[in-house]
Design a protein around this ligand. Structure first.
Ligand code: SF4
Length: 123
């Protein structure tokens, strides 16, 4: 394995830990990040294959869903939190981010809302 591939894998491993920590232990900060996100999920399943394929990922032809939907991790619900999360997919995600407008703050209840048409919805 080349050094660049090893570095990329290392970045993905650090990203998984970072997202788990932020989504689980920093919910307010994560809500602010999610507020800066735009676009929709196309249910491509790529974020469920970062570093390794999630064992809960179900594939039916071109359709992906989560076997533990409703009990899945916060880091999965909130992906992507930042542009660097998308970078871990080689930029291949239909969400995108903008710079924070002045005075942006998380709205109460942001974390209770899941994005529409997420991968984890059972089809
Ligand atoms: S969040 Fe992005 S990478 Fe994950 S399934 Fe949706 S579009 Fe694909």
């Amino acid at each position: 394995m080349h050094n660049s591939a090893i570095n990329f894998r290392f970045t993905q491993a650090v990203g998984k830990i970072r997202r788990f920590y932020k989504a689980t232990f920093r919910p307010r900060a994560s809500a602010k990040l999610v507020e800066l996100r735009h676009g929709d999920c196309n249910r491509c399943g790529r974020c469920c294959k970062i570093l390794f394929r999630c064992p809960f990922l179900r594939e039916d032809g071109d359709t992906y869903s989560c076997r533990i939907y409703g009990y899945h991790f916060s880091a999965c619900k909130l992906f992507p939190l930042e542009q660097r999360d998308i970078d871990e997919l080689g930029g291949d995600c239909t969400y995108y981010f903008t710079n924070p407008p002045a005075g942006v703050h998380a709205r109460p209840g942001d974390l209770k809302q899941e994005p529409r048409e997420r991968l984890w919805q059972i089809s």
